[in-house]
Design a protein around this ligand. Structure first.
Ligand SMILES: Cc1cc2nc3c(=O)[nH]c(=O)nc-3n(C[C@H](O)[C@H](O)[C@H](O)COP(=O)(O)OP(=O)(O)OC[C@H]3O[C@@H](n4cnc5c(N)ncnc54)[C@H](O)[C@@H]3O)c2cc1C
Ligand code: FES
Length: 256
């Protein structure tokens, strides 16, 4: 396998849930795109960089924000980096969501899936569109990205499985009740296969166009290793999440 990474070094300027990127990436970044990050250049474990959605980009400040959920060794290392640490950052990668953005735009996300849509919410709202976001989690403390979605200009609705905040129940039920009063042009979803199947059913019923952010395993992030292949639903072969996505129309790819 040959992978031609083109990394830029980027200092960590702040580390809450956020990590910064690089001026060029910040200027080029568009909603739907992601970056590959690693800070462990002297280490062989883990050997590969890790992909993260661009949650926000500020070209003037030259920063990119990512929201990282600790999953394993790579994300644990990233979470521990102090401001001033240099990261290797490649991006922006993947296809940007085409403009103009759908209006009204619906977002249905669970957990750290919110990271995928925050940038889209900001840009769509800044362009004057109405954005309605449903953020769900098992419990209130797991409503990741709530602050960022609130700041984005979206109308934010929360749902928790245990009723500790917002609607008590499923994010899909909350979306359905919103859609009884408001017709949405499109719904973008991330973070739950159940949500993806629901958005597909809405799309198939002609209620809105449905799109999914896929988060498959990645090695190169730029179409060279074919490690992120997903089956196309029309039996025409495979799509690469990093090159053809990570955002797909819900009818385009299998939701495993
Ligand atoms: C396009 C894209 C965008 C992403 N955006 C974000 C983001 O904004 N924020 C965020 O927190 N995470 C995001 N992820 C997921 C993130 O890349 C993984 O959580 C990370 O690579 C895990 O690395 P690790 O070394 O910490 O864990 P590992 O040790 O590699 O894995 C820890 C555990 O997570 C599982 N796992 C690892 N990667 C994935 C994956 N891609 N899908 C499902 N299970 C996985 C492994 O099976 C293992 O059980 C994104 C992934 C993709 C492909
Ligand atoms: S991650 Fe290598 S082709 Fe997509």
């Amino acid at each position: 396998m040959s992978c031609s990474y083109q990394y830029e070094t980027a200092p960590v300027v702040e580390n809450r849930e956020t990590l910064p990127g690089y001026r060029r990436i910040a200027a080029a970044a568009r909603p739907g795109q992601f970056v590959m990050l690693r800070g462990w250049e002297d280490q062989r474990d883990p050997i590969l960089p890790r992909p993260f959605d661009i949650a926000a980009a500020d070209p003037a400040a030259g920063t990119v924000m990512v929201i990282v959920k600790t999953a394993g060794r790579g994300t644990r290392l990233l979470a521990d980096y102090a401001p001033g640490t240099s990261l290797l950052t490649a991006g922006p990668l993947g296809k940007a969501i085409p403009e103009p953005y759908p209006d009204p735009l619906g977002l249905l996300v669970r957990g750290v899936g919110s990271a995928a849509v925050t940038f889209l919410a900001r840009r769509a709202a800044a362009a004057g569109g109405r954005v309605i976001a449903v953020l769900s989690a098992s419990t209130s403390s797991r409503l990741v990205g709530k602050e960022e979605l609130e700041e984005s200009g979206a109308e934010l609705h929360t749902a928790t499985d245990d009723g500790s905040e917002g609607f008590h129940g499923n994010g899909t039920e909350l979306l359905d009740s919103i859609m009884r009063g408001t017709a949405l042009s499109a719904v973008y979803t991330c973070g739950s296969k159940r949500f993806a199947r629901h958005v597909r059913s809405l799309d198939e019923a002609g209620r809105c166009a449905g799109f999914i952010f896929l988060e498959g395993y990645m090695a190169c992030g730029r179409g060279e290793c074919h490690g992120c292949a997903v089956r196309r639903r029309d039996d025409s072969g495979y799509a690469l999440v990093c090159r053809d996505g990570p955002v797909f129309h819900v009818s385009e790819v299998e939701i495993e």
